[in-house]
Design a protein around this ligand. Structure first.
Ligand SMILES: Cc1cc2nc3c(=O)[nH]c(=O)nc-3n(C[C@H](O)[C@H](O)[C@H](O)COP(=O)(O)OP(=O)(O)OC[C@H]3O[C@@H](n4cnc5c(N)ncnc54)[C@H](O)[C@@H]3O)c2cc1C
Ligand SMILES: NC(=O)c1ccc[n+]([C@@H]2O[C@H](COP(=O)([O-])OP(=O)(O)OC[C@H]3O[C@@H](n4cnc5c(N)ncnc54)[C@H](O)[C@@H]3O)[C@@H](O)[C@H]2O)c1
Length: 462
């Protein structure tokens, strides 16, 4: 069979980006993918379809809540669920076909099927064994399971099933107030479902800045999402059309039961490495099943690398992409680099939430002296005009040097605004550097500048 410089296993954002960079660097490259389409979890059942449904349902929310205020009167649109799903599928197809085009353009072979690694330097796909000087595992992740909860992807679903429900449920229970639970919970709440989110902890979106957690939960509650906090789900019992969810409140151990048409299990994801032959190869993994890698993304076996959701770190598409590019550069004899301190996270609810770097909590834990510059979107003219004045920008800077250490945004276009702060942090900028940069008016970005001003002598509009 063919000989390659590199075979990448998995065509998600980690794998396909890695393969394109390998090809750009002159390496003969193939990608093994078992799915029918390229793009992995992100393009097929993750980032892209969920954002399509968030976009569509947000338009409905705007029509129902804000159009009349602007003088746009008349009946709000009704929901044609089949058409909404068709739109979502078209978006997926456009994106996955786009990766096929990029593979052809970069002369990357797609080896169709599920791959395994019989020994270093060899990848088996079906009956064929291919040789490769380097192998990069980018096999991604799958939804974590929950004891007592049996997923049928019809009534009790993971995010995958939730992206193609037969109909909009009247009552939905979401287990887990993490990113998936809040994004997809918001979709169905906007489309008319009564959504209850059951969360084990006392806060939503663990790990995020505490003030943002509280603000987001308050806003989502106001939009109509119900929360049961500090509750451990014990079991689900499903028929063909309904389910009962039993949970225990941690504070008093009392047991409660709630009914739903659909139960979304969104309690995290775990690495997917089934069938690769890791144990036989002696590739070391963590207790959580992540493949262990060194600073160059090489595993414990020489010539075999791993990236993306299959290794440690945040399970995010852009983190996987960055590792894909860096690993490709390592393989090509260059110096790949990922700055793990500047990986943004975005939750695509309305308002959006975005963060990068340290939180107040992590800085306190480190005992590091910091200052906070905060600006409410209420003082931003563009946000007020667009009914988007909920939320704030918060910048955390070193108390002595003024260097930006982290930023937290809840508000309109937070997922775009955060990148100004990422670039600033990459360049080692101070809050004053941002505060002295002219920002166009009227833009949401002015709120970022005002937060930077708040780290110094104070913002203008509050
Ligand atoms: C509902 C949802 C929404 C999300 N939204 C976002 C978001 O908005 N932003 C964000 O940054 N992240 C988001 N994520 C997370 C994001 O999808 C992942 O972090 C990202 O896809 C990881 O990329 P990856 O390349 O490591 O793996 P994956 O995308 O999981 O791709 C791995 C690929 O490898 C293939 N594969 C596995 N084993 C083999 C094998 N042995 N042989 C052949 N092929 C194999 C799989 O079929 C799969 O296609 C979301 C996830 C979900 C579930
Ligand atoms: N916008 C984005 O970037 C985006 C969107 C979707 C998914 N993702 C990625 O996908 C991954 C998985 O997302 P997720 O939302 O499933 O996981 P998550 O880790 O974000 O959240 C899981 C939540 O479930 C809770 N939980 C765990 N066990 C529970 C139980 N028994 N009962 C009640 N609650 C329980 C946790 O406390 C946590 O709040 C995340 O790592 C995320 O980064 C990212």
């Amino acid at each position: 069979m063919a000989n390659y410089d590199v075979i990448v296993i998995g065509a998600g954002p980690g794998g396909y980006v890695c393969a394109i960079r390998c090809a750009q660097l002159g390496l003969k490259t193939a990608v093994v993918e078992g799915r029918e389409t390229l793009g992995g979890t992100c393009l097929n059942v993750g980032c892209i379809p969920s954002k399509a449904l968030l976009h569509a349902s947000h338009q409905l929310h705007e029509a129902e809540h804000n159009f009349a205020k602007m003088g746009l009167k008349g009946k709000s649109p009704s929901v044609d669920w089949k058409q909404m799903l068709a739109y979502k599928d078209e978006v997926i197809e456009g994106n996955t076909k786009g990766i096929e085009f990029l593979f052809k353009k970069n002369k990357i072979d797609w080896l169709k099927g599920w791959g395994s690694i019989p020994e270093a330097g060899k990848v088996k796909v079906g009956d064929d064994t291919h040789e490769a000087k380097n192998i990069i595992i980018a096999s991604g992740s799958e939804p974590a399971s929950l004891p007592g909860v049996e997923v049928d992807e019809k009534v009790v679903v993971t995010s995958t099933g939730a992206l193609e429900l037969g109909k909009i449920p009247k009552k939905m229970v979401v287990i887990g107030a993490g990113v998936i639970g809040l994004e997809l919970g918001s979709v169905y709440q906007r489309l008319g479902a009564e959504v209850t989110v059951i969360e084990y902890l006392d806060v939503i979106t663990p790990g995020m800045d505490g003030e943002v957690q509280k603000t987001l939960q308050r806003i989502l509650k106001k939009q109509g999402l119900n929360f049961v906090m500090g509750a451990a789900v014990q079991k689900t019992e499903a028929t063909k059309t309904k389910a009962k969810v039993t949970y225990k409140l941690r504070k008093d151990d009392s047991e409660h039961v709630i009914d739903a048409d659909t139960v979304l299990v969104a309690t995290g994801r775990r690495p997917y490495t089934k069938g690769l032959g890791l144990d036989e190869l002696g590739i070391e993994t963590t207790k959580g099943g992540q493949i262990k890698v060194g600073k160059d993304w090489q595993t414990s076996v020489k010539g075999i690398y791993a990236i993306g959701d299959a290794i440690e770190g945040p399970m995010l598409a852009h983190k996987a992409e960055d590792e894909g590019m860096a690993a490709a550069e390592q393989v090509a004899g260059k110096h790949g680099h990922v700055n793990y301190g500047v990986i943004p996270g975005v939750i695509y609810t309305w308002p959006e939430v975005a963060n990068v770097g340290e939180t107040e909590e992590s800085l306190k834990d480190q005992g590091r002296a910091y200052k906070t510059g905060k600006f409410m979107f209420m003082g931003n003219g563009r946000a007020k005009a667009n009914f988007a004045a909920d939320g704030f920008v918060k910048i955390l800077a070193d108390k002595e040097t003024d260097r930006i250490l982290g930023a937290h945004i809840i508000g309109p276009a937070a997922g775009e605004l955060i990148h100004e702060l990422c670039v600033a942090m990459e360049f080692g900028a101070s809050a004053e550097d941002l505060a002295l940069t002219c920002h166009a008016h009227p833009t949401y970005s002015e709120a970022v500048r005002e937060a930077a001003l708040a780290c110094g002598d104070g913002p203008i509009h509050s």
